[in-house]
Design a protein around this ligand. Sequence first.
Ligand code: C5P
Length: 285
Amino acid sequence: MVTLKERAYAKLNLTLDILGKRPDGYHELESVMQTVSLYDLLEMDLHTGKDWVLCCDREDIPCDSRNLAWKAAELYCRTAGKDPEGITIRVEKHIPSGAGMGGGSADAAAVLRMLNRYYGEPFSREELADLGAKVGSDVPFCVLGGTVMCRGRGEILRPLASMPKCVILGCKPEFSLSTPVLFRKMDQEQNLAHPDNRAMERAIAAGDLQAIAREINNVFDPVVSREYPQINHIKSLCSRFGALAAQMTGSGSVVFAIMPDETAARQAAQELKQTYPQVFIGEPV
Ligand code: C5P
């Protein structure tokens, strides 16, 4: 038996724009995505000689072929023509689910990277990302990681300069949102507040954190905020501690903030934890 290990890093959407609806029912997106230091830990046993098993330390996560990590392993083995003779996947969850942080996608991407490494890298990173697109729209980004301009369904990737070092605070309100339901809701919206992705690209290229903070903008945020006052509550609390920007990530419900320093982040985290148990402090990776 062989055991492989990998970290599955969460993502944030620094910007997220909907450009239109596609004939296949998906939405054409443009989003600057960023890997953050919060991660799930994945372990994978190969050649167990038994049926496939997936175990996870959180009850709300499916432990069978519905799990994206399982789907990714199946797809990899089928596409690469490999028989691992029994797989056990263990997932230690730290990324909140229903959060817009790509938790399931990060796990799937970690499985793809592990298997590809084990089998001697038959697929390039780009090919692996393309494979990931068949598992979920956020998987290609999670395969690559870093700071990336993502387009299409999320599978057209253009790496950008790295985001400058900073302190990121994340907080999950109690509610979770269904991504497909939210996308459908967006179809009914009239005047979307679109981010300026060109300005964000310039800010990232210049390594200007203040300018990046100014351009942080997610088209979903005002729509969700309207219905869930917790979003604005978290944002205003972060602002009181000097946040440069605070915004919802993906289709929610986590709100992240760029904090001025570690001390301010800790103080804000302490305050937030009184109402919202799921709070984390991290940095771009
Ligand atoms: O690809 P994934 O399974 O992660 O997408 C979940 C759902 O989000 C899709 O079924 C679709 O309703 C919506 N979606 C979309 N446009 C995208 C990505 C996701 O409409 N670009």
